[in-house]
Design a protein around this ligand. Sequence first.
Ligand code: FAD
Length: 385
Amino acid sequence: MKAIVIGGGIGGMCAALALEQSGYQTEVYEAVKIIRPVGAAISIWPNGVKCLNFLGLKTQLQALGGNMAFMAYNDFQHGQTLTRFSMRPLVESVGERPYPVARADLQAMLLERYGAQRVNFGKRVSHIEQDATGVTAWFEDGSEARGDFLIAADGTHSVIRATVTGQPAERRYAGYVNWNGLVSIDESIAPADQWTTFVGEGKRVSLMPVSGNRFYFFFDVPLPQGLAEDRSSVKADLTRYFSGWAAPVQKLIAAIDPQTTNRIEIHDIDPFPRLVKGRVALLGDAGHSTTPDIGQGGCAAMEDAVVLALTLQSHSLGIEDALRRYEARRAERVKDLVLKARRRCDVTHGKQPEVTQAWYEELKQETGERILSGMQETIIGGPLA
Ligand code: FAD
């Protein structure tokens, strides 16, 4: 049995690895010649980590992950700590650590495991067709590929999605812009073993450690869509938006390299129940696009991959039956993640200013218990809980 996997991002590579581990042949087709992920880094929460462990990547991931032993929220103006707590209770309850990792490192790890030379780069799928025995994908260069089934992991702008769901999906602007990148760790900005977030005015500035003595940083600002801002204006833009913020934030703005800082208008897509049609399955952002507010989009793609492979491996009534079961196992879970992230997004980014203000007040009373239990609930909803 051969699977055609469209997309060589996190979802596609995890799907290919999981399917091969379950005894399926795979061919991966990736549109671009060189993958340039949209973000600088990603936090892989224990539900995602367990999926990568399952794919045999435990040691490699540990070498790439930052040590996020503590979590803290700081006041935006003076930088004083609103709350700070250990991540240990979460790690002990779910049985695994979270690992923030640089995206380039994660992508390289997945490609190396699969064999980068085996990925068909520069192959952009234009359309697909299925019949009673398999699926054919056509590429923009006129070539085609055929398999017994097809996994569409072609991301949030998926060209395959509509053939599965029967209708185009609208991407919804979440109301804020995110800038992200990597800088060398500087402990006068934030501790090296902590996820630190400065909050105020519906904005946030966050730092997480990744390997190589680097912080993954991001800035969020509620803004209209389509502003004329890019890398050339990034320092001036951030200086303006974060005027009056604490000294570590100003230091971070001074330290960033505009050439490697990404600016992204954050979107999601209303959850939809249909992830499968016949021999074609959506996976990762193609099947569920979320705001990054609970750091679960990539983790959900990893979960999809593991559930897909285990479902195919453990059922024998044919591909279409197994894919339907994959859909049944994933649809509610990914809907929950997208909606949970959306709720978090609205509170964090001042959609209703009084609700956001109340959250800032709550943070002053937070012992860690409430925040960690919310995370735990998300994590134990994963397939390898
Ligand atoms: P993608 O990574 O988009 O990969 C899709 C691939 O398909 C791409 O390589 C693309 O080139 C290829 N492709 C597209 N069209 C075609 C085509 N027609 N033919 C062939 N190939 C095609 N998630 C987390 O878990 N934790 C986080 O901390 C986190 N932080 C985030 C921060 C930001 C700012 C953003 C924007 C997202 C974040 N996410 C996070 C979400 C995460 O990045 C995505 O969920 C994840 O990258 C989805 O992987 P994917 O493989 O489905 O899609």
